[in-house]
Design a protein around this ligand. Structure first.
Ligand code: HEM
Length: 527
């Protein structure tokens, strides 16, 4: 529809003035004062100096000067959409969360997809992990499932996260690369961290160059707990399975796409949703108990390991549909704050050392990124169920306690007395804990190669070739020969042909000795 013609006039200098009225709202300052001229600063004489008194100019420029907020320290480049989660198979026997109780029940959702290493303005189709963060606005509070498109992670303990991210992002002296894994620091760090081998294999696979967000899987990565109405705990791994299936591009396509359209993934999501092709994922759960956890070769608390789907099939219990783009990118996608510690009754943590560290990190960083402790007052972050507490003040406080009381217990009757505790509120799973206080990794975390090997041999020959070529391409950008050789020394534990192929591609001869392995490779499930 063509916009309604607006009254216009040309100013003394030939500039265009469009006038409010007949359905066109009047422009005002932030104080609500109607603006008569937005084309000219206040000056002493038409050709004279600008006047300090021009409050409209100063307010406008002041606001513009403050438009940028710090980008996320990781996952800076992202794109989000609204939608809903609908339950298709009740989990009421194992989980007391309302959203998992009644089949057909819908829960509003907001999802943000992201790359990890690139800055906010970097390209979409780079070789990288993708974030898959889901905020579920449940009737019992917000539950955030802050996952990735790869089911495992590079490190086992959150204390290594700053080192990993520093090594993966720009080097401090040269400030490049912005978005690629191809540099010495990244490969130096991962080759000195045998625990990264499994994830590095995924990162060198086709999974790391998805066709679009719509063709990606998502994973909660950590083992979480579901708690039922009787207080019984069941371990769970969360999966998102794309309705369109899994698709990637190949490397030379990725390079061309990035050159032609660095916004390829965000444009794809925008166009799909705007044309009514709503992307959809199934929520899958792998459920298992303590007996399985104890019998499994790997530690279920170790985020560099997955639970093979052959051992514990993925049960599909619901669908996630994205059907609405944000009205405003900044207000919603940029200001949304996901956090692993946002859980609801029925969902609980395990002692995965990476998860425990994440539970601290997100709130801490968002307090800085979003300017203080009140970012849950921003509509995208606020729960959609009733909420009330005695937290008050701070920068940008939008809702403070009403009435006299800002503490409890108190003697004041309602409504002045404010909110109180409820027995139906969140209680943590009473896991028994004991043991000496130590800085020591569990020896159950020591097998760094068996699952990397299983992953490699589960790939088709074409995919294996892509992996080998990716290792060769990325490592060929590494200038330090010792780092290349060290990486190949790990690959010798994954697959000798892969290691040999990479060494040949790099012109590395003779082959280095295999890296010292804390645990021998276990030949596990063959696909
Ligand atoms: C951001 C996933 C590990 C710290 C994110 C985001 C995702 C994500 C998806 C983007 C959220 C968004 O779209 O706004 C993961 C996964 C991990 C992992 C799956 C491992 C399994 C960690 C660890 C830490 C960490 C170990 C720190 C100890 C952060 C921080 C942000 C972030 C600081 C930026 C948050 C913000 O500014 O809003 N992560 N992450 N992550 N992650 Fe992680």
């Amino acid at each position: 529809k063509a916009p309604k013609a607006m009254a216009t006039h040309v100013g003394a200098g030939g500039e265009t003035h469009q006038t409010a009225g007949e359905g066109t709202p009047a422009m005002t300052t932030q104080q609500g004062l109607a603006v008569s001229d937005d084309q000219n600063t206040l000056r002493a004489g038409a050709r004279g100096p600008a006047l300090m008194e021009d409050f409209h100019f100063r307010e406008k420029i002041f606001h513009f000067d403050h438009e940028r907020i710090p980008e996320r320290v990781v996952h800076a480049r992202g794109y989000g959409a609204h939608g809903y989660f609908e339950l298709t198979d009740s989990l009421a026997d194992v989980c007391k969360a309302d959203l998992f109780g009644k089949v057909g029940e819908r829960t509003p959702a907001f999802v943000r997809f992201s790359t990890v290493a690139g800055n906010k303005g970097s390209a979409d189709v780079v070789r990288d992990v993708r974030g898959f963060a889901v905020k579920l606005y449940t009737s019992q509070g917000n539950w955030d499932l802050v996952g990735n498109n790869i089911p495992v992670f590079f490190i086992q303990d959150a204390i290594k996260f700053p080192d990993f991210v520093h090594a993966a992002k720009q080097a401090p002296d040269r400030d490049f690369p912005q978005a690629q894994t191809a540099h010495d620091n990244f490969w130096d760090f991962v080759s000195l961290s045998p625990e990264a081998t499994h994830m590095v294999c995924w990162a060198m696979s086709d999974r790391a160059i998805p066709r679009s967000f719509r063709f990606m899987e998502g994973f909660g990565v950590h083992t979480f707990r579901l708690i039922n109405a009787q207080g019984k705990s069941t371990y769970v791994k969360f999966h998102w399975k794309p309705k369109l299936g899994l698709q990637s591009v190949v490397w030379n396509e990725a390079l061309k796409i990035n050159g032609a359209d660095p916004d390829f993934h965000r444009r794809d999501l925008w166009q799909a949703i705007k044309t009514g092709n709503f992307p959809e994922w199934e929520l899958g759960v792998q459920l298992f108990d303590d007996a399985f956890a104890d019998s499994f070769d790997f530690d279920i608390l170790d985020p560099t390991k997955l639970i093979p789907e052959e051992l514990v099939p993925v049960r599909r219990v619901g669908r996630l549909v994205l059907d609405r783009m944000p009205d405003n990118f900044f207000a919603e996608t940029e200001q949304v704050a996901f956090c692993t510690q946002n859980v609801i009754p029925g969902i609980d943590f395990t002692n995965d050392p990476l998860l425990q560290g994440r539970n601290f990190s997100y709130l801490d960083t968002q307090t800085k990124r979003l300017g203080g402790p009140n970012f849950t007052h921003i509509p995208i972050n606020a729960p959609k169920c009733p909420f009330a507490n005695f937290q008050q003040d701070g920068h940008m406080a939008m809702h403070n306690p009403k009435g006299r009381a800002n503490y409890e217990p108190n003697s004041w009757s309602q409504p002045a007395g404010g909110p109180r505790e409820t027995p139906a509120g969140y209680t943590s799973y009473p896991e028994e804990e004991s043991g000496p206080k130590l800085r020591q990794r569990s020896e159950t975390f020591a097998d760094h190669y068996s699952q990397a090997r299983q992953f490699y041999i589960s790939q088709t020959p074409v995919e294996q070739t892509h992996m080998r070529d990716a290792f060769v391409f990325e490592l060929s950008k590494v200038e330090t020969p010792a780092i290349r050789a060290r990486m190949v020394s790990h690959l010798l534990h994954v697959d000798t042909e892969l290691a040999q192929g990479v060494a040949t591609g790099l012109g590395l001869s003779p082959l280095p000795a295999p890296a010292p392995a804390a645990r021998p490779v276990v030949e596990g499930l063959e696909p």
